[in-house]
Design a binder for this molecule. Structure first.
Ligand SMILES: Nc1ncnc2c1ncn2[C@@H]1O[C@H](COP(=O)(O)OP(=O)(O)OP(=O)(O)O)[C@@H](O)[C@H]1O
Length: 269
């Protein structure tokens, strides 16, 4: 199909036309006028915060197939909520609904009374999620991906190297920084994707089975990292198939039974 002709095909958007007047001090450049404001940054004066996420009676159906039976859960700052349950119980579907990636068939998800939608910059500023594998770029190294994430989320250029080295070092994959995603093992790739989710600022981490493909030692390391993150002020909601790991680090465990209505154990919903 022929692509519509437009300004984007005429050359790099950053190149101002010859003789174009430079923007006056304080005036937005052409790119800044076109590209929406970044959702957040590591160098913002006020880090992202929230008072509560509330998923109320959320359900998902496709035809007669119930992907998620009515579920209610409240998440507050500083909580680490681990969700356990059998295959097919709707755990991943719930994470997608909670993070505004999937619209529920019924019920609501709100953050401090506002609807949660991942396309909304206010939501993107608060939630960092890793639900399913990321596609990635074939010709970009792990470090390149991390630079992209860091700069997209407003990190200052000068500090990017240190931030990226720190997260890679914490996950014990600094030596893989210059590898391509296709050149690492499945467990190493899991850690690289976790690095991307951890690098950007957020107040709520939403992770689907982050322990998958990790050996026992690296699961223990991940538990420590999640605990550090919570102590730094972030909440975490994650699905886990390792009850021992969940017990070791979660402040609350939610069991998703097959079928049946679920109400958060915190009793407040
Ligand atoms: N796109 C889809 N269309 C229809 N049904 C789906 C779809 N995706 C998932 N399901 C169904 O929804 C239900 C919940 O799936 P979900 O992936 O949320 O389960 P889960 O608890 O995360 O399972 P697991 O532990 O195996 O990852 C399952 O019965 C699944 O077959």
């Amino acid at each position: 199909m022929a692509r519509k002709k437009g300004p984007a095909q005429k050359g790099p958007a950053q190149t101002p036309p010859k003789n174009a007047a430079a923007p006056a001090a304080g005036e937005k450049t052409a790119v800044e006028k076109t590209v929406p404001a970044l959702p957040g940054g590591t160098n913002v004066a006020h880090p992202p915060t929230f008072t509560e996420f509330l998923a109320k009676d959320v359900t998902c159906k496709v035809g007669d197939n119930v992907m998620l039976p009515p579920t209610t859960m409240r998440v507050r700052p500083g909580e680490n909520v681990a969700i356990l349950g059998e295959n097919g119980a709707g755990k991943t579907t719930f994470l997608r609904v909670l993070s505004g990636n999937l619209e529920p068939s019924g019920g609501t998800v709100t953050r401090d009374g506002q609807p949660v939608d991942e396309r909304d910059p206010a939501t993107r500023r608060i939630i960092s999620s890793l639900i399913g594998p990321i596609a990635g770029f074939r010709d970009m190294t792990i470090a390149d991906h991390l630079i992209l994430v860091d700069q997209t989320w407003g990190g200052d250029r000068g500090g990017a190297g240190d931030r990226i080295a720190a997260v890679l070092n914490r996950l014990d994959i600094l030596s893989l920084a210059n590898r391509y995603l296709s050149e690492v093992s499945s467990g190493q790739r899991q850690l690289a994707e976790l690095a991307m989710a951890l690098l950007r600022p957020s107040a709520l981490l939403v992770l689907d089975e982050p322990e998958q493909r990790l050996d026992a030692g690296r699961r223990a390391m991940l538990a420590e990292v999640l605990d550090e993150r919570r102590k730094q002020g972030s909440s975490i909601v994650w699905v886990c198939h390792d009850p021992v790991m969940a017990e070791s680090v979660a402040t609350r465990i939610e069991h998703f039974p097959q079928g049946g209505r679920r109400v958060s154990q915190d009793g407040s919903a």
